[in-house]
Design a protein around this ligand. Structure first.
Ligand code: NAD
Ligand code: DAO
Ligand code: ZN
Length: 369
C-alpha cells in the first residue's frame, strides 16, 4: 500500500515528505495506521548522526499511537480496529530478560530492531523500489507502519490518540524513571537536570511520589514556568552561578539530594548529577542519551562514599503490561498530558517540529497525519 511518510534520506538533512510503499504484515506482525506522533529529542539525535545505531534512509519516529489495520498470520492478541501504542522496547514475556522480573529490556527483537529491520531480517518499507529502514521498531513518521505484535500495547478503545501518543516515550520514560528506577518516596529530595519533555515528566512523577523538594535545572529560563507549574519547588540556571552546579545544589540541600535525574544526554552534566547526590545514599539516574563514543567520569571515591549511578530506559516500564493503565490514568484525568503538548502540526510541517525543539521553544510537538 501507499503511505505518506517523513523520510530521513540522509544524516542532518530535513526529512522529506513522500509517498512510500508499505508491504503488508508477515507472521507475527501488525499493520498500524499511525494517527499521531510526538517528536522526541532522540529522533533529532539519530537524524544528527550522533546515534551509533542510526541507519539511513529510514523512517524515524517512536512516540506514536494508532489503529490496527491488518494482522499477520499467528497474531492472536490484536484485532483490526484496536487502538495501540508502538513500543520501542518490546515485551515478549518469554525471553530471559522478560522472565527475570528485573528489567523491561526485552531482547526478543532487539538484534534486528537495531539494524532497522523486522524480526525476519527484511524491511516492509520502500521508496521508488529501494528499501527504507525501520527505526526503533516503530517508525511512527509514516501513516502506515508495520510492527511486531510483541511491540504493541493495546489500549482503551476510546483513548485520545492525539494525547496518549506521548506515552509511547517521553512522559512514560520520565514518570517511570521516578517510580520504577529510583523508587522515590514521600519526603525525598530530587534534582532534575534538563526540563524538556523527559525532565518535566520526571518533575511530574516526583510530585506524584511526594518528594519534598524538586529542583529543576536548565540553561533555558523559558523552561522554568512550566516546571514550577508541574511541581518544581526550586529552579536553578547554572548560568547564574560561578561555582560548579553540583556545589550549588549540595549547599541548597544540606549535603545533597536523595535522587537526581539527568535528562539531557550531556556527559558533563551526568557527572554533576551524580556529584550533587547526598553522601552515603544519594542515587543518580541517567536518562539522557549521550553521543556515540562519549564516556562518563567521576572520582571513584564518589561511589565509595555511597553515591549510586544508575540508568533507565523507557522508565523501566513493560509496555504491553503497564501502558494500558497509564492510558486509563490519562483518560480519568489523574495524569495530565496537556502541559506537554506545546504545538501541533500536520505531517507536512514536521521539520518545523525539529526547529522548535532545537530553538528550545517546544516541549512536544504532536504531528497529525
Ligand atoms: P529536550 O531537548 O526537549 O530537553 C533537554 C533540555 O535540557 C532542554 O530544556 C535544554 O534547555 C536543557 N539543557 C541542555 N543542555 C543543558 C545543560 N548543560 N544544563 C542544563 N540544561 C540543559 O529533550 P527531551 O526530549 O526531553 O530528551 C532528553 C534526553 O532524554 C535526550 O538525550 C533523549 O535522547 C533522552 N531520552 C531517553 C530515553 C530513555 O529511555 N532513556 C527516552 C527518551 C528520551
Ligand atoms: O536492549 O540493548 C537494549 C537497548 C534497548 C533500547 C532502549 C532505548 C532507551 C534509550 C533510547 C531513547 C529512547 C527514545
Ligand atoms: Zn522479552
Amino acid at each position: 500500500m501507499k503511505s505518506r511518510a517523513a523520510v530521513a534520506f540522509e544524516v542532518n538533512k530535513p526529512l522529506e515528505i513522500v509517498e512510500i510503499d508499505v508491504e503488508g504484515p508477515r507472521a507475527g506482525e501488525v499493520l498500524v495506521q499511525i494517527t499521531h506522533t510526538g517528536v522526541c529529542h532522540t529522533d533529532a539525535f539519530t537524524l544528527s548522526g550522533e546515534d551509533p545505531e542510526g541507519i539511513f534512509p529510514s523512517v524515524l519516529g517512536h512516540e506514536g499511537a494508532g489503529i490496527v489495520v491488518e494482522v499477520g498470520e499467528g497474531v492472536t492478541g490484536l484485532s483490526v480496529g484496536d487502538r495501540v501504542i508502538p513500543l520501542y522496547t518490546a515485551e515478549c514475556r518469554q525471553c530471559k530478560f522478560c522472565t527475570s522480573g528485573k528489567t523491561n529490556l526485552c531482547q526478543a527483537v532487539r538484534a534486528t530492531q537495531g539494524k532497522g529491520l523486522m524480526p525476519d531480517g527484511t524491511t516492509r518499507f520502500s521508496y521508488q523500489g529501494k528499501p527504507l529502514y525501520h527505526y526503533m521498531g516503530t517508525s511512527t513518521f509514516s501513516e502506515y507502519t508495520v510492527v511486531p505484535e510483541i511491540s504493541l500495547a493495546k489500549i482503551d478503545a476510546n483513548a485520545p490518540l492525539e494525547k496518549v501518543c506521548l506515552l509511547g516515550c517521553g512522559v512514560t520514560t520520565g514518570i517511570g524513571a521516578v517510580h520504577n528506577t529510583a523508587k522515590v518516596q514521600p519526603g525525598d529530595t530530587v534534582a532534575v537536570f534538563g526540563l524538556g519533555g523527559i525532565g518535566l515528566a520526571v518533575v511530574m512523577g516526583a510530585k506524584e511520589a511526594g518528594a519534598s523538594r524538586i529542583i529543576g535545572v536548565d540553561l533555558n529560563p523559558e523552561k522554568f514556568e512550566l516546571a514550577q507549574k508541574l511541581g518544581a519547588t526550586d529552579v536553578v540556571n547554572p548560568k547564574d552561578h560561578s561555582q560548579p552546579i553540583q556545589e550549588v545544589l549540595v549547599e541548597m540541600t544540606d549535603g545533597g539530594v536523595d535522587y537526581s535525574f539527568e535528562c539531557i544526554g550531556n556527559v558533563e552534566v551526568m557527572r554533576s548529577a551524580l556529584e550533587c547526590c547526598h553522601k552515603g545514599w544519594g542515587e543518580s539516574v541517567i536518562i539522557g542519551v549521550a553521543g556515540a563514543g562519549q564516556e562518563i567520569s567521576t572520582r571513584p571515591f564518589q561511589l565509595v562514599t555511597g553515591r549510586v549511578w544508575r540508568g533507565s530506559a523507557f522508565g523501566g516500564v513493560r509496555g504491553r503490561t503497564e501502558l494500558p493503565g497509564m492510558v486509563e490514568k490519562a483518560m480519568s484525568g489523574k495524569l495530565d498530558l496537556d502541559p506537554f503538548i506545546t504545538h501541533t502540526l500536520p505531517l507536512e510541517r514536521i521539520n518545523e517540529a525539529f526547529d522548535l525543539m532545537h530553538a528550545g521553544e517546544s516541549i512536544r510537538t504532536v504531528i497529525h497525519f
